[in-house]
Design a protein around this ligand. Sequence first.
Ligand SMILES: Cc1cc2nc3c(=O)[nH]c(=O)nc-3n(C[C@H](O)[C@H](O)[C@H](O)COP(=O)(O)O)c2cc1C
Length: 415
Amino acid sequence: MNMQPLEIVDPVPVTALSLSTRDAEMPFGIEEMFFSKTDKRGVINAFNSVFVRVSGFDGEDLQGAPHKILRHPDMPKAVFWLLWNGLQSGHPVGAYVKNKTKDGKYYWVFALAAPVEDGYFSVRIKPSSETYLRVVDLYKEIRAAELSEDLSAEESAQRLLLRLKQMGFPNYGWFQSTAFCTEFEARQSAMKLPQMSDVVNTKKVSLLSSDLRNELNALAREFDSAEILTANMKIFAAKLDHGRATINEIAKNYDLMLRDIQSHLRTLLAPPRAGGIWASPEEQKANFMLCGYHLLDEVVKDYTRENTQNGAEELHQIDVLRSGYKTQSAIAVDDCVKSALVIQRRIEFLLRMVLGLSTIRIACRVEAGALSQSASGLDTIIGRLDNFHDTIEARMVRIQDLVTCILQCIGKSGY
Ligand SMILES: Cc1cc2nc3c(=O)[nH]c(=O)nc-3n(C[C@H](O)[C@H](O)[C@H](O)COP(=O)(O)O)c2cc1C
């Protein structure tokens, strides 16, 4: 590692490049990984040999140069706005980046950058997933909009966030977690390496947790749609000569209990922590941090191989970062366990309440049988109540199963 500050070298201007060079991709291996460290302004002060070889810049060119030395004109400024926004707010940031080599070729990376004590550390891998292909097109669209509509970096970042939302990622934190874990997995496969068992488990937890969220939301919607049944019951009661008060009372009690259950259920539907650009559900954070930990593990090995004398301080910082990822992943997993346990307890409680609700439904059936006049309207309502009870009970059992699976997976992951 050359630590002497040297002159900043400007990248070769695009206009001076022949089209064939500009369109040429600089190849590198899927197993390769480059890293760099910058100060707080983004000035490079450490890097590895893969970075030197692929970028085409000499170590002397890179040392002390701003990271924008690699900036490719196809890159949307939106991405760099998000990168700096995340890093300066203390978040690790994962992003696809198209870079330019010294002689004007290009190469794509998935970069994972993070704040360290006196600057930022960034590690890059070769992207190879489906998500990457979608992002290449997305960047083209965003960059074209930046140029044709003269968007500021922040305006363009908002446009990018909107497009990501349309693609199913509620915010950037959500997107980067998914993208990084997908790239990590794709890279392992391309290298014909087995997937890491803890990553596999947290991915399972992630999928189960998203099923659980969907199931809880669907359950809440079922309860909301049941309100119409008690309203119909009251309308039916109003038309009765005899038994009006009883059916009305049953409808009122059912309604009260329904609302009580709805309010308990709503406490389980609280959005995962604060919103904003960087929030993502705990289970995704767990996976993101875990993949970060494994990647930094590789960096430490590479670094130790390459730097026999220099770089002890950087190695220490990478080690701290690596431990931080591991700890944060464990905390996120712990949060998943806690919320799964809360859901488990609440669902047991709600099942007891649903039992009470069912008793009222049975009382309604008994009253319908005792009515002297035709109760066919009431029979229809009771039929719908029966369906409603079958559906919610099945959903609650599914929720219990999902919670059990989550807890089993976490048990298996060895935390
Ligand atoms: C840790 C770190 C890594 C970075 N890596 C790159 C990179 O690989 N390529 C790049 O163009 N910019 C990278 N940047 C961002 C640049 O500093 C800069 O914001 C970007 O090139 C856009 O420059 P401009 O806004 O002056 O055009 C990195 C910044 C940091 C802090």
